[in-house]
Write a new protein. Structure first.
Length: 173
């Protein structure tokens, strides 16, 4: 992060992001993803992302983004904050994983394992995880672990936004 940012208060707002589809049109059921973000004092259109993106590849938790207030009937009739640009990177890496070889206590078993490694986790559908790797962790070691588990068949792994590690991220491993 290039600058120290100051949050405007103890509340969050929703910032909406258009999802870029992959070559297969995934995710087919979604065009937009909403992330919670904290307004910043520096400008009324700057927000720091709090949520872990599930489908986005251009932003991670901790990033500072600019969003404009707009009406978008695809989302809702009222005004919304719609993503415009990334202003500053927070240094986090984001991954998505889909469980394949499940433990009897999943998804809790896998979620607890990831949490013990210091990762933040959001779970959907019982087998889909959005993973945040904060900059305070050894991001290369976490990447190596996630890739090794993917190669073992435990889960499918997809890169979200990677702040560091590899210069040539892959979609699926």
């Amino acid at each position: 992060m290039k600058q120290q940012w100051n949050v405007a208060g103890d509340y969050s707002v929703e910032v909406w992001f258009r999802i870029e589809k992959d070559s297969d049109g995934y995710p087919q059921s979604r065009n937009w993803e909403q992330l919670l973000a904290r307004p910043l004092l520096e400008r009324d259109d700057y927000f720091q992302i709090e949520s872990i993106p599930s489908y986005l590849k251009n932003v991670s938790r901790g990033d500072v983004v600019r969003a404009r207030t707009t009406r978008n009937s695809e989302i809702q009739e009222d005004e919304v904050f719609e993503f415009d640009d990334v202003i500053d990177r927070g240094g986090h890496n984001t991954y998505r994983l889909l469980l394949r070889s499940k433990h009897p206590d999943d998804p809790n078993f896998t979620e607890n394992e990831l949490l013990r490694k210091g990762l933040a986790v959001e779970t959907e559908y019982g087998d889909f995880f959005a993973i945040d790797v904060p900059p305070s962790l050894d991001q290369q070691a976490i990447d190596d672990y996630l890739v090794a588990e993917s190669k073992s068949g435990r889960w499918e792994l997809q890169d979200g936004y990677l702040h560091s590690i590899r210069t040539n991220p892959t979609d699926d491993r």
